[in-house]
Design a binder for this molecule. Structure first.
Ligand SMILES: *[C@@H]1O[C@H](CO)[C@@H](O)[C@H](O)[C@H]1NC(C)=O
Ligand SMILES: *[C@@H]1O[C@H](CO)[C@@H](O)[C@H](O)[C@H]1NC(C)=O
Length: 364
């Protein structure tokens, strides 16, 4: 009897130790576990209910894997994939900065700072002349309105500057849908925000499909801000790279979500034009819809990643651009980015299978 009670006491003591360790240690929930708040979930996860597709709150991923840290940063910039937010500035709940209530769509649900801290590494921003300044805005016809304006570009650029200052090994890419006609309008904001000092010059971008400089060299030279504009003339006038000199890109909106099809948007060269070293894959509907984002990120995005690989002449996308990037029933677009980095870096289905710093590759 004494033996049994000793064993029971030991088991009880062990249980107490486990419970205390569990309470004191970080949450260790797995993706897919039930939760009631994000505090129940592990690092890089949040608690989300993908209703109506998958009912009930579960821990799902909210952060990207960092391939520079997980594998290494000694490869060219175009050998990595970067999670990209479409209309990164069009954030639910952003207060009106014009005094007029906003009547337009939103595309994201957390701040640009949060997006960057969660591993987003490319931001799609729409820049407009407005109120004698440059603003981030949703509009048509290239004209920003009080009721479609989000915020002055300077505010967002300062957030990006703070991230680059605090994360000296990271590179951020800006892809501007650019309606700024004011001479040096954008350059003034890059200067005023403190971003100019991180500028990666057009002269170092490959013109004919060669590899980009190594990430490690871009970090060493502190040229960690890569900027593309949709306005061709600015490459000559302001030294801002014209996006489609360097990148191919598939259709955006509903045309980019047609299963089995991946073809270039009008401004881009054909996707298999290998004189452009970077490949961008858009995957968001013409009108952003929160309820369907979860399903799209949980299922069909990875099929399209493979479709676009073929369409781009067997090249994996470097940029995966989405709305509501954190919505999924599990791995979501973070898993798709891990797939892209796995393929790009070591031929594996998941970057987490790439050996750290190693040259070992998965077999085909
Ligand atoms: C931006 O700053 C650089 C260097 O500080 C300067 O040479 C350039 O003239 C500035 N551009 C504008 C438009 O203010
Ligand atoms: C970095 O990782 C890649 C992919 O596995 C590999 O090809 C390359 O040789 C590695 N470089 C160094 C310096 O380890």
């Amino acid at each position: 009897m004494g033996g049994v009670s000793t064993a029971a006491a030991a088991a009880a003591a062990a249980l107490v130790v486990l419970v205390v360790a569990g309470l004191l240690g970080p949450a260790t929930a797995n993706v897919g576990d039930k939760c009631s708040t994000s505090a129940d979930c592990g690092a890089g996860q949040w608690c989300f209910d993908c209703d109506p597709e998958f009912k009930g709150s579960h821990c799902v991923r909210s952060a990207a894997t960092n391939p520079f840290k997980l594998v290494n940063s000694s490869l060219p910039f175009n050998k990595y994939a970067y999670l990209t937010t479409h209309n990164s500035f069009a954030i639910v709940g952003e207060p009106s900065h014009t005094g007029i209530p906003r009547i337009t769509f939103d595309n994201q649900e957390d701040t640009v700072t949060d997006q960057l801290n969660n591993g987003v590494r490319a931001l799609m921003l729409d820049t407009y002349d407005f109120k004698g300044d440059v603003w981030l805005c949703h509009s048509s016809g290239g004209k920003c309105n009080d009721f479609t304006a989000f915020e002055p570009a300077l505010d967002t650029f300062k957030e990006i500057e703070a991230f680059l200052a605090a994360n000296p090994s990271e590179i951020v890419t800006l892809i501007l849908e650019d309606y700024v006609n004011a001479p040096n309008g954008l350059t003034n904001v890059f200067n005023a925000s403190g971003l100019q000092k991180y500028w990666f010059p057009v002269s170092k971008m490959p013109q004919n499909g060669q590899d980009w400089p190594l990430v490690s060299d871009m970090v060493t030279s502190n040229q960690r801000l890569v900027v593309f504009t949709s306005m061709r003339s600015k490459q000559a006038t302001e030294g801002i790279a014209y996006q489609w000199n360097f990148m191919v890109e598939n259709n955006y909106g509903d045309d980019g979500m047609d299963a089995g099809k991946c073809s270039n948007r009008a401004e881009s060269a054909p996707l298999n034009d290998k004189t452009k070293s970077l490949v961008l894959m858009n995957y968001f509907p013409s009108v952003p819809v929160k309820l369907t984002a979860c399903l799209q990120h949980s299922n069909s995005v990875s099929d399209m990643v493979n479709t676009c690989y073929g369409a781009a002449g067997n090249r994996w996308a470097n940029f995966l651009a989405v709305d509501y990037y954190k919505r999924s029933d599990g791995g979501g677009v973070f898993q798709s980015t891990d797939l892209l980095n796995g393929k790009l870096l070591c031929g594996c289905q998941d970057v987490n299978a790439c050996p750290k710093g190693s040259t070992v590759v998965c077999s085909a």
